[in-house]
Design a protein around this ligand. Structure first.
Ligand SMILES: Cc1cc2nc3c(=O)[nH]c(=O)nc-3n(C[C@H](O)[C@H](O)[C@H](O)COP(=O)(O)OP(=O)(O)OC[C@H]3O[C@@H](n4cnc5c(N)ncnc54)[C@H](O)[C@@H]3O)c2cc1C
Length: 376
């Protein structure tokens, strides 16, 4: 009997995990990978779509191109997960597994911020597409990049949004008629790397972007065009660019896998409290950021463990908590930070100055995944 592995979610974590399992075990294993969408889109592509640098068609990676020996990719919506029996119910039927890996990512909790549904957010594909139409019409007034809660995906992304907005307004010759304010519920833009944070704050200051750390947007009144903050103050705006509060998908919460909103795991092995059930990526509470590079690292660790167990060996994959993030600083320059969460007593980040040459690295990062997962 071949081992059956069910992987829920074909995002950064699910794609990488299924790819490694296929490379190592091929037809010796039955991997069922389930996702409700028909295509994968890199998180950072949403910024490029929103600022009109590319089109959605150019950055969509259709799942029909994901073809790996030993892996069946099914387009189904997960409706219930029973971690005790490792049975998953979808809109198309049930799936039973010897090993279950939950990688359904983080959902956006729009309703948690009253009024946000009537304003703009840029974290979903739909939101980025809407802003792509709105941004060219903004030529005067106050823009507010507002984060509605932490943790949120990709800590530097809202900083990138503020800097890219500055560039766009400058190119259009309207920057002087516009103000940009950035509200963030963190003490600094990239807390594990003081150097990166310092460089980003210097970039905001040079560009006249007002940075408000340790503040969260709690409500938006699109009619009055006012955002409320968690200190009771209000900020008027003409253009709102929001990051919604995040939460684990409702189906995961209902499964009993979560505590305090996210899935409890051993941060090094990604094991949940249920036997042979793992959680990886944005929904797993490992203490590391919610970003694709960390989701991949977690997937690699679980892959090592599963391959070893299926081969009857005793290796245990351990997640190293390391990841590299590329940061858009504007004017075509990309910065880079290499973050390491587990090697020392506290997280560290090594900062690399923004450079035009680092863009090639970022392009390579995307191209390598697209080739590895989709053959594109
Ligand atoms: C603006 C922005 C910029 C970013 N920039 C970067 C960056 O530069 N570098 C970086 O590393 N990360 C970046 N990220 C973060 C990155 O996109 C996520 O952290 C990463 O995608 C998480 O991977 P995951 O596998 O956990 O979840 P996801 O990639 O979100 O995958 C989860 C999958 O589960 C599926 N799913 C959910 N619910 C169901 C269900 N009920 N049934 C079936 N399928 C379901 C979804 O369709 C999805 O495909 C960025 C994110 C944003 C929004």
């Amino acid at each position: 009997m071949k081992a059956r592995i069910t992987v829920l979610g074909a995002g950064f974590a699910g794609l990488e995990l299924s790819t490694i399992l296929s490379e190592s075990l091929g037809q010796d294993v039955e991997v069922t990978l389930i996702d409700q969408s028909d295509a994968f889109v890199f998180g950072y592509s949403k910024l490029d779509v929103m600022f009109g640098r590319t089109t959605l068609d150019a950055v969509r990676l259709p799942y029909r191109h994901f073809a790996k020996p030993g892996v069946r990719l099914l387009r189904e919506t997960v409706q219930a997960i029973d971690p005790a029996t490792r049975r998953v119910t979808t809109d198309a039927g049930t799936h039973d597994a010897d090993y279950l890996v939950v990688a359904l990512g983080a959902d956006y909790h729009i309703a948690a911020t009253p009024g946000l549904a009537d304003a703009n957010e840029f974290y979903s594909v739909a939101g980025a597409l809407r802003l792509r139409e709105v941004l060219p019409t903004f030529s005067k007034g106050r823009a507010l990049v507002g984060v509605c809660g932490a943790p949120y995906k990709c800590p530097p992304a809202p900083s990138e949004c503020a800097l890219m907005l500055h560039d766009m307004l400058l190119t259009r010759g309207v920057r002087e008629q516009c103000e940009i304010t950035f509200v963030l519920p963190l003490p600094s833009p990239v807390p594990p790397s003081p150097e990166t944070s310092k460089a980003l704050m210097a970039a905001f200051a040079e560009r006249g972007i007002t940075f408000m750390p340790n503040r969260r947007v709690t409500a938006v009144d699109a009619g009055r065009r006012v955002a409320s903050l968690d200190d009771g103050s209000e900020l008027p705006y003409d253009l709102f660019l929001g990051v919604p509060k995040h939460r684990a998908p409702a189906v995961v919460v209902a499964s009993g896998l979560t505590e305090d909103g996210w899935v409890t795991v051993n941060p090094r092995t990604l094991e949940t409290k249920f036997e042979n059930v793992y959680a990886v990526g944005d929904l797993a509470n490992t203490g590391t950021p919610k970003a694709g590079v960390f989701a991949e690292g977690e997937a690699r660790a679980v892959a090592t463990t599963l391959i070893s167990r299926i081969r009857g060996e005793s290796d245990l994959g351990l997640y190293d908590g390391k990841g590299t993030c590329y940061i858009e600083f504007g004017a075509g320059r990309i910065g880079r930070v290499d973050v390491d969460f587990f090697s020392g007593p506290k997280p560290t980040g090594t900062y690399h100055e923004p450079d035009v040459a680092l863009r090639e690295d970022k392009v390579r990062f995307g191209a390598s995944r697209s080739a590895r997962w989709f053959g594109l």
